[in-house]
Design a protein around this ligand. Structure first.
Ligand SMILES: *Cc1c(COP(=O)(O)O)cnc(C)c1O
Length: 499
């Protein structure tokens, strides 16, 4: 299987090279030349398999230059019991008659990004060997909060790698910030950027595109790579849990083999929902992919109008990992919807860069609307969703999953579609404990308590355990105090690497 750039100006490469490079040299994103299929018989054969085995098999269909044996070993390490605190890895919880919550947060950092970032360092170090590359990989990450910590955990002390994470210094929760600045590992660095997530992401993209710094690095036998969801090695492990969820629903008798389901995904950079799209394209009977946004509803508007317009007020919300106005992974979907036509993708991306907007034609809009439903939840609706689900079902949603739940309910109200749905739950409620406590116990519960105390209060109130990765955060020593302006990110990289 070869990988093509969405911008069409890079020669096709095998998976290992696509993963090593992260982003294509022409600025595009790598996509597999075709989408492997899973027939109903194939799905039958996946029934009853442990998560790691199923994941290895799904991933191997895309990464044909890796052996199944190799991927099996990597997946067993990545999804082992010392990393994930649930034997199912991604347990599926039934909320009501037709709603199943896929809990994607049982890994070390309590958010769904662990599913990708526990596996990806293995894929990447193997990719170095497969491409005959020598030297050290320098991972650069821009994070809206959860990616950073998940990448730090995934790469910490992995031989042959270093990792530098940039986060918006005022755009993440105290818990997220403490998780990152207390990070251990001799190969880790963490820098706060005075700006929002898009500033940090733009800065990282500029460093990747900077030939001068690349040459300097090469002189030190170092090479940049990315762990953002633009890297195919981040995306491909995520396809597996949608396959797992479907197989599990059949296994438990919740649906019959071949029955359709809808999938609702709280969305930011469009990576998680794109993985669901790939699972659907492989042959899983997914009806509608429900794309849920918070107040930064650029994707909702896009799905309704065909106009992607980033020129709007940026909102800092209680679901910060979705506070994004440029959803990078959407470029992959556009490439597929445009019939793999890179010239068209280049026009849209140029327009986005120069004018802050682009518009797709009616044909593409029709396809987009047939496959996706776009909706959003404002702040009040997010709190209300958490409170309601807690009261009615005794189940605690985090703020991001609550956005997904709200949009799923709204979709059902508006369309009357009774198809059973899987709701991707992207974070533990304790990761956003203050907002969740406010939703279930009212604003007064927050008075005089800092975010760390509130996490404990939430545990006491709900009698639920705090995930190990979030316990005792306040007591851990701060190891990273760097801070810079967006324009100073290059200089930070040089300083950290000593070049
Ligand atoms: C990253 C993240 C999202 C958004 O996922 P994308 O793949 O960027 O769309 C949603 N919720 C949480 C908790 C996240 O960490």
């Amino acid at each position: 299987m070869l990988y093509h750039s969405s911008r069409g100006q890079t020669p096709a490469v095998p998976a290992a090279m696509a993963i090593k490079l992260g982003i294509a040299p022409d600025g595009g994103l790598f996509l597999p030349a075709s989408i492997p299929s899973l027939t109903p018989d194939d799905l039958d054969r996946l029934r009853g398999l442990p998560y790691a085995e199923l994941a290895a098999r799904v991933v191997s269909l895309f990464l044909t230059d890796y052996t199944l044996e190799e991927l099996r070993g990597q997946a067993q390490t990545a999804y082992g019991p010392d990393r994930f605190d649930h034997p199912d890895v991604t347990p599926l919880i039934q909320l009501d008659e037709g709603t199943h919550v896929l809990e994607l947060w049982h890994g070390p950092t309590a958010a769904f990004k662990d599913l990708a970032l526990q596996l990806m360092p293995h894929l990447l170090t193997a990719a170095m060997a497969k491409t005959g590359a020598h030297g050290e990989i320098v991972i650069l990450v821009a994070t809206s909060g959860d990616t950073g910590k998940a990448a730090l955990e995934g790469f910490r002390d992995v031989p042959g790698t270093r990792i530098i994470v940039f986060y918006p210094s005022e755009g993440v929760s105290l818990v997220q910030k403490l998780q990152m600045v207390t990070q251990e590992g001799g190969n880790t660095a963490v820098v706060g950027v005075d700006g929002n997530f898009d500033d940090a992401q733009t800065g990282v993209k500029q460093i990747f595109a900077d030939r001068a710094i690349e040459a300097e690095l090469a002189g030190h036998n170092q090479h940049f790579s990315s762990a953002n969801s633009i890297n195919w090695g981040r995306l491909v492990p995520q396809i597996a849990y949608y396959v797992y969820a479907y197989v599990k629903l059949v296994e438990t008798g919740a649906i019959g083999p071949g029955d359709p389901i809808n999938v609702a995904v709280p969305t930011g950079n469009f990576g998680n929902i794109l993985a669901a799209y790939y699972a659907k394209a492989m042959g899983l009977p997914f009806n509608r992919l429900i794309c849920a946004s918070n107040q930064n509803k650029v994707l909702t508007d896009f799905i309704h109008t065909g106009v992607y317009d980033r020129r709007r007020t940026f909102h800092t919300t209680v679901s910060p990992s979705m506070d994004i106005l440029i959803s990078s992974n959407l470029e992959r979907l556009l490439f597929l919807l445009a019939g793999r036509e890179p010239a068209q993708v280049r026009l849209w991306m140029d327009s986005l860069r120069q004018e802050g907007r682009y518009q797709v034609g009616d044909e593409i809009l029709g396809q987009l609307r047939a496959g996706f439903w776009g909706g959003f939840a404002d702040e009040d609706e997010t709190y209300t969703a958490i409170g309601r689900v807690w009261r009615e079902h005794g189940y605690l949603l985090d703020t991001h999953t609550a956005v997904g739940w709200h949009v799923l309910e709204d979709y059902r109200r508006r369309t009357g579609d009774p198809t059973p749905a899987v709701l991707a739950s992207t974070a533990s409620p304790f990761k956003f404990g203050a907002a969740v406590l406010r939703a279930v116990a009212g604003e007064k519960a927050l008075t005089g308590r800092d975010e760390l105390r509130l996490v404990e209060d939430l545990a006491a109130l709900t009698k639920m355990p705090i995930p190990a990765g979030l316990r005792d955060l306040g007591a851990r020593p701060v190891k990273h105090e760097r801070r810079c302006a967006p324009a100073g990110m290059r200089a930070e990289v040089r300083d950290i690497l000593g070049i």
